[in-house]
Design a protein around this ligand. Sequence first.
Ligand code: NAD
Ligand code: MG
Length: 362
Amino acid sequence: MYQVLKELKVELGDRSYPIVIGQGLLGAYDLTPWVSGSQVMIVTNETVAPLYLERAKACFPGKSVDVVTLPDGEKFKDWQTLNLIFDRLLERRHSRKTTLAALGGGVIGDMAGFAAACYQRGVPFIQMPTTLLSQVDSSVGGKTGINHPLGKNMVGAFHQPNIVLIDTDSLTTLPPREVSAGLAEVIKYGLIRDVPFLEWLEANMDALVRLEPEAIGEAIFRSCQCKADVVAVDEREGGLRAILNLGHTFGHAIETYAGYGNWLHGEAVGTGMMMASDLSLREGMISASDHQRAVALICRAGLPGRAPKGMTPDDFMSLMAVDKKNVDGNLRLVLMRALGDAFVTADAQPDNLRKTLLEFID
Ligand code: NAD
Ligand code: MG
């Protein structure tokens, strides 16, 4: 038996879709109403398949279900590995009515989604995210894609899923570092536009770190709600959606400096949000006690609070210069006017920025 804890809808006109959050959904929840044809192809990886593949298949009773199992890791989010999905689809003669289902974390979701956007010019797509980060962030909003040797997520498409099925039980097998990394994105939603959620997180962070089901279900629901609201206003990142990048400009610099895989994305975002908060304080926008609240919450999620050893302000400046948000060579950062009120600015004082960078390096 399964239990649905929460449901919400991403409002995008005729591309609207539900997000269903619950326990025991994999293996029990009937996804066939979301599959128009007779064929399904589950895209997963070598780590997730032994844990959840049989249960995922059981969500499609009466359908013909094929599987492609990819190698695990961000380094396989590339053309060669993407092509394995197309190989399998064509070998098995999947038609334009086939449905692709992503079973795994954000890497699998982004790749399966991009394959769905491209295969025969676009086929339906279902998200079954199994990491906290993918459940609160990457499975919602329709951004899909792969990395290029010269840049992360540089090749992709917008392709919204038909449904997102979030089984919180899958988090029980997730390594604790991955849980903390997901919590960074959860905290982000509170900091950018939801003070009541921030207060709720302060009251419940210990339960979240322990993965208590009710707390984790609520945190996922409120995070998805926040992302869904932002995406409904700005599906293709013409404006508001950029605030979802709080901490990410500093964070991407850290990830690149450390080498992908050494720092998890969420870990780098955690430190990056502390840096954005520090700069917001120096710019006279938030108070010292607000900044302390942000830092304390991020620490309680088990996230690092210092830049990698040896990283210099110049490393930060040169790595941040290639950020996608920049316009005409001007560095644009997401800062907070107040807790729960993030915005994008190109006007941070260079002197304050330098002080922030120095504050976080050893
Ligand atoms: P990931 O997909 O690499 O998963 C992390 C690790 O956990 C992997 O080793 C994976 O195999 C393993 N795993 C997955 N589920 C598990 C489970 N239930 N139990 C045990 N292990 C499990 O990483 P991620 O953090 O989920 O996602 C990061 C990716 O998401 C990046 O490529 C990033 O670019 C992308 N992303 C996309 C968006 C978007 O809007 N499309 C947003 C944020 C991040
Ligand atoms: Mg992120």
